[in-house]
Ligand binder design. Structure first.
Ligand code: ADP
Ligand code: MG
Length: 140
């Protein structure tokens, strides 16, 4: 499998509960390397733009409110098949359906406050990385 890059967010619910280290450990132990990482407070415009694919869904307003409520960690993860691997380490969107040992199984509070975001395909990964990072921030 090829080395890929994917975009990841440790969401406000997890950052508030001081879970950054525990979540990063899951990614590192799962074979992914953070090659760029920062803590930011997302603006409403950023959150609305980032999640614009969901703008017609009933949960969009609540999702945006949750994402801007307090700071997040944004990062680029690199590794073998990183896009799928990241989704495996995260677990299912609904924590009730997430497999044992996944981040969402262990840490998510609800369907909305589910602790992490991860890109779902190569095109969205590239787009999402570009949305938050410049090329010179991807330091490897
Ligand atoms: P994922 O984050 O697993 O890729 P989606 O892209 O489908 O999931 O949804 C984006 C985010 O929107 C989810 O992670 C979750 O925070 C929120 N979300 C999705 N579906 C719902 C729902 N039915 N109710 C509340 N929030 C939701
Ligand atoms: Mg998604």
């Amino acid at each position: 499998m090829a080395i890929e890059r994917t975009f990841s967010i440790i969401k406000p619910d997890a950052v508030r509960r001081n879970l950054i280290g525990k979540i990063l450990t899951k990614f590192e132990d799962g074979g992914l390397r953070p090659i760029a990482l920062k803590k930011i407070q997302m603006t409403r415009a950023q959150a609305e733009g980032f999640y614009s694919v969901h703008k017609d869904r009933p949960f969009y307003g609540e999702l945006v409110d949750q994402m801007i409520a307090s700071p997040v960690i944004i990062q680029v993860l690199e590794g073998e098949g990183a896009i799928l691997r990241n989704r495996e380490i995260m677990g299912a969107t609904n924590p009730a359906n997430a497999a044992e040992g996944t981040i969402r199984k262990e840490f998510a509070l609800s369907m909305g406050e589910n602790s992490v975001h991860g890109s779902d395909a190569p095109e969205t990964a590239a787009e999402e990385i570009r949305f938050f990072f410049s090329d010179d921030e991807l330091v490897g």
